[in-house]
Design a protein. Structure first.
Length: 128
């Protein structure tokens, strides 16, 4: 329901627009109430202690995450570097052909990176 002055009327708007309005209102409230946000986060973390432990064990220990973190900390995409796959557009992303070699990466454009992962997924039978 939406309110217009003192009347309640049914609100009909696309769900994406409504979601964005809700997000904007939440961000505005969070900006005005940082102490409440911090208290809510602290309370949630206390009530859900095991959640982060399980998540971190599952994802942060994977070779992909370790390789990505190492590459992000040590290697930057050189300015003006073209995609090493198509050689047509600037490289904006990094791709690990082999996660066991975390510093051996390709500098690729978004389109080629997506294509590389699509090919890898097809080879692995959709299990990547």
């Amino acid at each position: 329901m939406c309110r217009t002055e003192d009347k309640q009327i049914e609100c009909i708007m696309p769900s994406e627009k409504r979601k964005e309005q809700t997000r904007a209102a939440n961000r505005k409230w969070e900006k005005k109430n940082p102490e409440k946000v911090k208290a809510n986060q602290k309370k949630w973390k206390k009530e859900n202690k095991g959640y982060h432990n399980e998540y971190n064990k599952k994802y942060n220990g994977s070779p992909q995450v370790k390789a990505r973190n190492m590459a992000n900390n040590k290697i930057k995409i050189p300015k003006g570097m073209l995609c090493q796959n198509c050689h047509l557009v600037p490289a904006v992303e990094k791709h690990h052909p082999d996660y066991s070699k975390p510093l051996d990466i390709l500098f690729v454009c978004k389109k080629c990176h997506t294509k590389l992962h699509t090919q890898l997924k097809a080879k692995a039978g959709g299990k990547i």
